[in-house]
Design a binder for this molecule. Sequence first.
Ligand code: GAR
Length: 212
Amino acid sequence: MKKIVVLLSGQGANLQALIDACQRGAIDGKIAAVISNRADAYGLIRAREADIPTALFERSNYSGNQAMDKAIGDFIAEIGADLIVLAGYMKILSQPFVERFAGRILNIHPSLLPKYKGLNTYQQAMQAGDSEHGTTVHFVTPELDSGAVILQARVPIFADDEVVDVEARVKEQELHIYPLVVQWFVSGRLHMEQDRAYLDGRLLPPSGYADE
Ligand code: GAR
């Protein structure tokens, strides 16, 4: 069974969706460890409740970002993980780490990439007057939030929405699309080649797979 390692910094709602999907057999894989860069991440509690080993890597214990990422990478290599899933990991991974695990790192980002990379994507979309927002699962490459898009989910933004309304809509979608993409990867249907995403051997379009 394929081994998955999840990296997170916060709530872990996406982690929970992945745990649940593994438990009901919707993902043919095992979450071998959950790694956090924050001791207070609620995701760590979710992992422990599911009997998944956890590891904490705090920046203050390392001389630099690369040293920290080297330690995380060595830990992941030791486990022999097939896939690294970023689920709200709010720290930019250094280039050597990304290159070490090229094609084996997925991220979920709360915007319709390439729109709104980085932080505060909800505020950005609403301030721009957008009528829709969404979330993107993509392969991780060294440039932030720029790797090949695999799958997106769109949600509407209504005139009287607050940020929390749009965020709730987006997060609900994330819990559906991330387990699906993880299953595509662990079942061998999805891969990255020369920074492009392929599903069932077919090159995915720039906005990813769309089920019409
Ligand atoms: C998710 O909404 C995810 O899209 C976002 O963090 C949230 C984590 O929620 N990721 C990023 O912003 C990465 N740039 P969760 O901890 O409840 O899964």
